[in-house]
Design a protein around this ligand. Sequence first.
Ligand code: NDP
Length: 416
Amino acid sequence: MSEKAVKTTTYEFFGPVGALTLTIMLPLTVIGLYVMCGAGTCDIRIPTLPCWPDFWHPHAYSIFVLWFIFHALIYLSPLGKTVEGSKLRDGSRLKYKINGLYAYVISHIIFAVVYFYFKLPVSFVYDHYLAFAMASTVLSFALAVYLYAKSFAPGAVLALGGNSGNVLYDWFIGRELNPRLGLFDWKTFCEMRPGLIGWVIINYCMMVKQYEIHGVISNSMMLVCFFQFWYILDTFWFETAILTTMDIVHDGFGFMLAFGDLAWLPFTYSLQARYLVDHPTHLSWFACVLIFAFNMVGYLIFRLSNSQKDLFRRSPDHPSVRDLATLSTERGTKLIVSGWWGICRHPNYVGDLVMALAWSLPCGFSNVLPYFYVLYFAPLLIHRQFRDEHHCKEKYGTDWDKYCKIVKWRLIPGLY
Ligand code: NDP
């Protein structure tokens, strides 16, 4: 068997049964959150079931498709720069388009023109939220089928974890590592564009809806929208960092990532803003300052730790990282054992979790549903950490065990 098509012998996510369960449960969760926290109500116990027309609106489906195409065109445009990605198993490196910041700025300009100049009713997104979520779900299913079929084209480099031979599992996990259409890289595009920017724009639509209903924008809504705007701005500012993440380097592109990027992320991560439309919590200035400071602490941990590792990987002789204590490995690369990466094995996840909590706090304490993001994100990151450590063990062998003896704590020193 060629190096491009190594057979997968171990399953993740409990194999085909887990893949089937997640394929059903993830879209149901998106729908469930909508019915529990819909217009005027937010209660985990009394869901008002949606009617079939709620799932469909021709404008919602058309807007979603146009949004997707619009971002594909920006992605393929001459804007931005082209950089090389990580080395693949066959020794080659793919070229990637880096122009997400342009896409982000252009999307903001278009939203402002549509709302302030053309005065179009952008709160339509709130009114037909489920139809938008369904449009993205349908597209994710279709895209995953296309990607699975495409992975059988000659020369496709398969993901180490996505070639088990079980159709459902491989379709779910992603068979091909970097599916492309010419220069168009499906995985980085879907990870970084329509869903991520869509999330922030959905938040703005929620803000407008809150204003239409209550005649005021609550400070809690402003905080949530600002925090999430900032998080995505940071993602695009450091866009090249995506090229070394597990999703891009290791995972195939199948239903799990497609649905996660296009449907799950924009339509569950915007839950706090949607909640605030009908429950416009007004915070004291003291509470605003505290929550803002808490978010910034999380952001600093997240940003400084990620930047420290990125800089060390790119330029180990840079003055701000050259004095870090490191562990040399047989693989040739070094592992940092001081600074942020000496405190615990995933300081960046800790910062991300602190921010996740800060995004829910503006919603107050009277309802658990706006805390869905942090409650789901904590197990996700813990699971992700196990997956990453498993890959690191495979990459570094006994050197990884030595590293774990030096940096004992996974996330929180003294606790975990
Ligand atoms: P990391 O950025 O933490 O990358 C892990 C890799 O870093 C390892 O495989 C290893 O690769 C390298 N590494 C680990 N420890 C060390 C060390 N001590 N010294 C040097 N290199 C080390 O993981 P992710 O890709 O999972 O996450 C990236 C960011 O994305 C995180 O901040 C995370 O919070 C965020 N994220 C956000 C999500 C969301 O939905 N909001 C979802 C998932 C992630 P190697 O040695 O080969 O370089």
